[in-house]
Ligand binder design. Structure first.
Ligand code: ATP
Ligand code: MG
Length: 200
C-alpha cells in the first residue's frame, strides 16, 4: 500500500471514530450532579479528586473537602484551596494506618461525618471531595447506610468525589463514574522517600 492509500485509510478510520463519538455526545442529554469513586492500589486517587476540585474552583464553583485521614499531616492542596475559599474539614485526631483505638477513631470519624452530612444537604455547594472516605466505611467508623442515604438525598446538581482503596461494592454500584487506579510501580517500593509537592 502506498503512502497516499495509507493516509486515505487513516482518514476513513478517523471519520468513523468521529461519527461514533459525535453520536454518543448527541445521545448524552441528561444533566445532573455526579457521584465519582476513585479507588484502587495505585497512586493518583487523591490527586485526581483534588484535580477535579481545582477544575471546579477554576469555573467559579463552590467546593468543599473532607479528609478522613492524615489530619495532622501538612498538605499542599489545603494550603492552596483554602486561600481560594474552599471549606476543609479534616479528622481531628490525625487517624493513621497504625491506630489501634477504635473508639477514639470512631468518635473522630463521626465528628467529621456530621460536617459531611451538612455539606450534602447544602445546595450552595457544587462539588465535594470526600478524600479517603472508603476506609471509614470498611472499618465501620461511619455507617454505610448513612452514607448511602445522605448521597441519595443530596441536591440533584451537586457532585461528590469519593477516594480511597477498597471502595465498598455498594458505593461502586451507586456511583456514576468509577475509576480504579492500578499500581504498576511506586518509588516508595524502591526506598524513595515521599516527596513534598508530589506525594503530599
Ligand atoms: P495521591 O495522594 O498521590 O494521589 P493516592 O491518594 O492514590 O495518592 P493513598 O493510598 O491515599 O494514594 O496514599 C497516599 C500516599 O501514599 C501518597 O504519598 C502516595 O504517593 C503514597 N502511595 C500511593 N500509592 C502507593 C503505592 N502503591 N505504594 C506506595 N505508596 C503509595
Ligand atoms: Mg489518597
Amino acid at each position: 500500500m502506498n503512502n497516499e492509500d495509507k493516509a486515505q485509510r487513516h482518514k476513513a478510520r478517523q471519520q468513523k471514530v468521529k461519527e461514533k463519538v459525535d453520536a454518543k455526545v448527541a445521545a448524552a442529554q441528561e444533566v445532573k450532579g455526579l457521584l465519582l469513586v476513585i479507588t484502587g492500589n495505585g497512586k493518583g486517587k487523591s490527586t485526581s479528586g483534588f484535580g477535579t476540585i481545582a477544575r471546579a474552583v477554576g469555573h467559579g464553583l463552590n467546593c468543599a473537602v473532607a479528609q478522613f485521614i492524615k489530619g495532622t499531616w501538612e498538605n499542599g492542596e489545603r494550603n492552596l484551596l483554602e486561600k481560594l475559599g474552599v471549606e476543609f474539614q479534616t479528622m481531628a485526631t490525625g487517624f493513621t494506618w497504625e491506630t489501634q483505638n477504635k473508639e477514639a477513631d470512631t468518635l473522630a470519624a463521626q465528628i467529621i461525618w456530621k460536617e459531611c452530612q451538612r455539606m450534602l444537604a447544602d445546595e450552595s455547594i457544587d462539588v465535594i471531595l470526600f478524600d479517603e472516605l472508603t476506609y471509614m466505611v470498611s472499618y465501620g467508623y461511619v455507617e454505610l447506610d448513612e452514607v448511602v442515604e445522605a448521597l441519595n438525598n443530596r441536591p440533584p446538581m451537586q457532585s461528590v468525589i469519593i477516594t480511597g482503596r477498597g471502595a465498598h461494592r455498594t458505593l461502586i454500584e451507586m456511583a456514576d463514574t468509577v475509576s480504579e487506579v492500578k499500581n504498576v510501580k511506586h518509588a516508595f517500593e524502591s526506598g524513595v522517600k515521599a516527596l513534598k509537592g508530589v506525594d503530599w
